[in-house]
Write a protein that binds this ligand. Structure first.
Ligand code: ADP
Length: 211
């Protein structure tokens, strides 16, 4: 998919964790760091025109707390990444792509294997589910998100995470999966995330692929 070499895989890190754990907050900050490009599939979907066929398809699932089907998600993701490459917003040879919200199912993980080389999986962890629900509800008020207004939809999303998304963690070698405590000040969480990402990037720079 890359502009330079269609056969080479994109080097990525995955930002992983339950809804409300703070992926969005962390992703936004991390995406401002030179050399890191943040791609959140939730933002990608919300950026669709609501009146378009795809926008309606997204709403149909997200308003119920369900995942958008794998085929559509992966197809849109590929187009979106290609758009970032074409506009130079993401330079695969120089930037680390930080994927937030994808893969969210084993099917997606298998499809993405053809396109990505996962350097590190950052698993943000918060053990108190009630705290997550509270965070999501406050965010819904601030951002007017339709999928987060209703507690039953939030609980459904947390269930979908347990059933479909958490198993994705086992798809990757345990040596590249790191649990990161998502509690505390946002800047403390950022520091912890960087503490896992920086050594992984340094290690890769010292041992580039194919060297
Ligand atoms: P949160 O960060 O609160 O978990 P997102 O903003 O990432 O939520 O996603 C919002 C909604 O977008 C999801 O509930 C789901 O319907 C849809 N979505 C996002 N990413 C994916 C994905 N990889 N596969 C399927 N659906 C997705």
């Amino acid at each position: 998919m890359t502009a330079a070499d269609p056969n080479s895989k994109l080097t990525v890190a995955l930002l992983f964790g339950q809804p409300g754990v703070g992926k969005g907050t962390q992703g936004e900050v991390l995406g401002r760091i030179p050399g890191l490009v943040h791609l959140a599939t939730g933002d990608m979907f919300r950026g669709l025109d609501r009146d378009s066929e795809l926008g309606q398809e997204f709403l149909k699932y997200s308003s119920q707390g369900l995942l958008v089907p794998d085929e559509l998600t992966c197809r849109l993701w590929k187009q979106y990444v290609q758009g970032l490459i074409d506009t130079n917003a993401y330079r695969p040879q120089m930037d680390l792509l930080l994927l937030d919200g994808i893969p969210r199912s084993l099917g997606q993980a298998q499809t993405l294997d053809q396109h990505i080389d996962v350097l590190q999986v950052v698993h943000l962890v918060c053990s108190e589910e009630d705290r997550l629900v509270g965070r999501i509800q406050r965010r819904a008020e601030k951002q007017g998100r339709h999928d987060d207004a209703d507690e039953s939809v939030i609980r459904r999303r947390l269930n979908v995470y347990e059933e479909e998304t958490r198993p994705v963690l086992n798809h990757y070698d345990a040596s590249i999966v790191e649990d990161v405590d998502a509690t505390g000040l946002p800047m403390q969480v950022t520091q912890r995330v960087l503490n896992t990402l920086i050594p992984a990037v340094e290690n890769r720079l010292a041992n580039p692929l194919g060297a």
